[in-house]
Design a protein around this ligand. Sequence first.
Ligand code: LLP
Length: 420
Amino acid sequence: MEGFRYQDNELYCEDVALHELPEEFGTPLYVYSKNQIIQNYRAIEEPLKDLDHVVCYALKANANPAILKILAQEGAGADVVSGGELYLALKAGFPPSRITFAGVGKRDDEIEYALKSNIFTINAESAQELQVISRVALRLGVKARVTLRINPDIDAQSHPYITTGLKQNKFGIPAEEAVGVFKFAATMQNLETVGVHAHIGSQITKIEPFVEAANFLTRFVTSLREAGMPINHIDFGGGFAVQYLNVLTHEALPVEPDNAVVPPLRQYMEALVPVLRESGCSVWFEPGRSIVANAGVLLTKVLYTKENGAKKFVIVDAGMNDLIRPSLYGAYHQIVPLKLQTYEHEHADVVGPICETGDFLARDRVLPKSKRDDYLAVMTTGAYGFSLASNYNARPKPAEILVNGDRVRVIRERQTIDQL
Ligand code: LLP
């Protein structure tokens, strides 16, 4: 099943022609395919069947409650990074025993909330944080299960803003100090150290850095055991890449220049499972993007087209407040019309209504020619799309729709101006 495809020159999400949605629900509008989400989750689960494992969905990618419910029902665990995400995960029905709490800056009240909720583990990122967790646990009279996040100094070769496993990044405990911090943790009251965690980055298109991280963690667990610290839990993080270019192909669409080949998930897993199995640990994964990115699109309306000197601009009603990835990371999202009406292409920037030059969805792009009132879909925006949306320029946040077969459901109402 493809979540999104052209049929008779019209873009469909499952069995729904997308051009039918803007009239009823307005734009900008996020639309998600329920069955694509399920398929993505199962594609991660399946190659892991010979490994003792839990797939924890990273809520930061998209924390819409309806999407969380789908994944909780599929049996996923949850990776949360704030009290807010923990609240949403519990409300959606993720069992506390399958929840892990990461993040470099947890407040005391968030730690207290995690301990009271009896989640499986808090991933601590420094010796100082361990002291705080121990203090809060002591006050509550509970034992805190902690996992230590190690910074393995591995280059994920991704965008610098989303590379997290290098020495110069703020995340984790430096590898060379890690054994010492484990020993320190063992001396602390009300703490039980259950595991070791690493997350080296996001949108990682190469398999080698992952294999390097898996080898690092497996060796590290062995050295901890040799030092008398029996560890049975590895949290391997997330970061699997998805395809952003040429997601849809059609004779009326330009072919996008693609030099970033993304390996299929199965290939990542086939390389990782044998290494991780060696550790004898239960291995948790924290994928976000690979579960929801290609299950979502952002629909937007062309407001104006204009030429300034040599440049052509297609001005649409979705801006960097609705989708910040192009502005923040120079990220590439394929942009296609909901109705293919022409074989004519044009060279243009697709820009939003925000008062910033950095407010663009595509730059110097070859696109099917568009005109005022056309509708476009910005592809592969199910992850880090709505979840990074803001009210900048006092713009209400967009609505979100879930498609299941031919059924359409509003899973978040459009914000109204009186909610600003
Ligand atoms: N675990 C931890 C500890 C993380 O920090 C992240 C992502 C994940 C799991 C999930 O990674 P994923 O499987 O989604 O790659 N806003 C950026 C991505 C930021 C990722 C932050 N951490 C973007 O739009 O590309």
